[in-house]
Design a protein around this ligand. Structure first.
Ligand code: ATP
Ligand code: MG
Length: 323
C-alpha cells in the first residue's frame, strides 16, 4: 500500500494548471486500490499571501469543491484542511531547526515570489519547510506534483534524510511523481499559470465570466487572413491539452490554413471547456451552494488525518527528547 499525498493552496480559486498538473493525476492514483490517498487544502500556506479570512475561506471551499467535482473518493481516502491538523505547526518548528538557511535561500519559488510581492514575510521564506512537514507528518510515499514543485520535494527529502541520519529511521522518504507530459500549464499571459500571478483560467466560473477570461489569452498580431503558428500560441497549447486527436488535427489545420482568427480559436477553447467539464462544473456549484456538505466531508477526513499526524509527531518528539 503506497500513501499518496498532495495539496493545493487556498491562495486563490483552483485553476486549469492545478487541475491538470496536480488534481487529475492525483485522483487517478487514488482510484488504484493499492493506494491510500491524503489530499489536503493548504490553507496555512495561503496565509503568506491572503490575509482576509473571508477570502481565504472562500478559496478553501473552492479548492475543496474542485477535488470533489473531479471525483475524489473521500470515504476511501483522507481529505482535510491543513490548518485543522495543528500538529503540522509543531513539526514545523522542529524541522525549521534542521533546514539549512542556504538551502532555503536558494529556493526558486522564494526568489520568484520575493521579487514580485510587496509583502515578503518569513512565512514565504520557510514555506518549503512547512511543505516538508505536510508530507513527512503523514508518512507519505508518493507526492504527485507539477514540475514547479520538484525543488521543494528535493528539500523535503534532504531534511528528512539529515534528520534520519541523526536519529534513525523516523521519517519515510517521499518520492515526487511529476507528469512530464503535462509539464507546466501556461497562463493567459504565457507565464506559468498561477493563482498568485492573476493569469489563471477558472473552469468553474459562470459561462459568461469564463468566456471573458478566455478571450483575454494573449496572442500575437498576425492578421486574420494569414496562417498562424500553432506551436507558438497559448490558446493552441491549452486547446491541445484538453482536446482529442481529431479536434487537435482540425485546429492545427485551421491555424495553418489562414482565415482563422485567434478569436475563433478562443471561442473553440471556451466551448471545449464547457462541454468537457459540464459534470464537474455542476458538482462544484452544488458544493459551493451547500457548504455544509463540504464541511461534512472535511470533518471526517480531519479526524483520520489527525490520528496519523499524532503518531508521527510522537515519534519525532520521542527521539528529540520532548516526549
Ligand atoms: P500560488 O500561485 O499561490 O503558488 P499555484 O497556482 O502555483 O498557487 P499551488 O497551490 O502552489 O498553485 O500548487 C498546487 C499544485 O498544482 C502543485 O502540485 C503544483 O505543482 C500544481 N500546479 C500549479 N500551477 C501549475 C501549472 N501552471 N501547471 C501544472 N501544475 C501546476
Ligand atoms: Mg505555486
Amino acid at each position: 500500500m503506497a500513501r499518496i499525498l498532495t495539496g493545493i493552496q487556498s491562495s486563490g480559486k483552483p485553476h486549469l494548471g492545478n487541475i491538470l498538473g496536480a488534481m487529475k493525476p492525483a485522483i487517478d492514483l487514488s482510484n488504484d486500490d493499492k493506494n491510500d490517498s491524503f489530499f489536503f487544502i493548504a490553507d496555512l500556506h495561503s496565509l503568506t499571501t491572503i490575509k482576509d479570512p473571508k477570502v481565504r475561506i472562500e478559496n478553501t471551499n473552492a479548492v475543496a469543491a474542485a477535488w470533489l467535482a473531479f471525483g475524489f473518493d473521500t470515504a476511501k481516502n483522507t481529505f482535510y484542511r491543513q490548518s485543522r491538523v495543528p500538529e503540522v505547526c509543531e513539526l514545523n518548528w522542529y524541522l525549521n531547526c534542521f533546514a539549512p538557511y542556504p538551502m532555503l535561500a536558494n529556493a526558486h519559488s522564494f526568489k520568484d515570489k520575493s521579487d514580485r510581492l510587496a509583502d515578503v514575510n518569513a512565512g514565504l521564506f520557510v514555506y518549503p519547510v512547512l511543505m516538508a512537514c505536510d508530507i513527512l507528518l503523514y508518512d507519505a510515499n508518493i507526492v504527485p506534483v507539477g514540475k514547479d514543485q520538484r525543488q521543494h520535494l528535493e528539500m523535503t527529502r534532504d531534511i528528512a534524510n539529515s534528520f534520519n541520519h541523526q536519529y534513525g529511521d523516523v521519517f519515510v522518504l517521499p518520492d515526487a511523481q511529476i507528469n512530464e507530459e503535462v509539464m507546466t500549464i501556461p497562463g493567459i499571459d504565457g507565464q506559468k499559470m498561477s493563482k498568485s500571478y492573476g493569469n489563471t483560467i477558472d473552469i468553474f466560473q459562470t459561462d459568461k465570466a469564463l468566456r471573458k477570461n478566455i478571450m483575454k489569452i494573449v496572442s500575437d498580431s498576425t492578421p486574420l487572413e494569414d496562417p498562424k503558428d500553432p506551436a507558438n500560441d497559448i490558446t493552441f497549447s491549452l486547446f491541445e491539452l484538453l482536446a482529442d486527436d481529431d479536434q487537435i488535427a482540425e485546429m492545427k489545420s485551421n491555424y495553418l490554413g489562414g482565415n482563422y482568427g485567434y478569436g475563433h480559436a478562443k471561442q473553440a477553447l471556451y466551448e471545449l471547456i464547457i462541454s468537457k467539464y459540464s459534470k464537474e462544473r455542476e458538482t462544484y456549484n452544488h458544493y459551493i451552494e451547500n457548504p455544509a456538505l463540504l464541511e461534512e466531508q472535511l470533518l471526517i477526513g480531519e479526524e483520520k488525518a489527525r490520528k496519523v499526524a499524532r503518531e508521527v509527531l510522537d515519534r519525532v518528539k520521542s527521539v528529540l527528547g520532548f516526549a
